[in-house]
Design a protein around this ligand. Sequence first.
Ligand code: FE
Length: 206
Amino acid sequence: MSDGHHGVESYASARTKAIESLLVEKGLIASDAIDAIVETYEQDIGPMNGAKVVARAWCDPEYKKHLLEDGTNAIADMGFVGREGAQIIVLENTGDVHNMVVCTLCSCYPWPVLGLPPAWYKSFAYRSRAVSEPRSVLKDFGMDLADSAEIRVWDSTAEVRYMVLPQRPEGTEGMSEEELAELVSRDSMVGVAEVAAPAVAAVADN
Ligand code: FE
């Protein structure tokens, strides 16, 4: 994986490559096995699994209850299990409470539902500012929360990963679970965006 910051390779990236080539050289692991893992989490999984979980919770109150009580198992029920997903807690956003997720230490993230974390999630700026000034971070992401809304910031760890259940947007009453899943963005499940209502034209099309 290349790190595109002005062509200067980051320490972490250089270190990862060095470790990988050592492992390959010593015959401990095949380079294509590593590529396959990265590709799986980067492209095949991505945030779409999480979007399906959210859409189902919006449509099925029983499932939503299960999801909020026992995220790990409710997510596993949909077949989403694997690396970096041993314990996943799902947090519901409402008009009164807004949850957002960070990993202040590094980049812990719920891979089985969201894939690999985006670069901004791993940045020092996000990791520090999400805690010290969450409201202004949300503003940078284009969110204007009501002053009365309480913001809860959740710090992920190696053991516990978080996913946000965003609010279902208005104007989506007639939509199917599949259509709803397509509206759900990665950022909304990290808690730095709302799910946008479908465009009027798109609804009129159906
Ligand atoms: Fe981390």
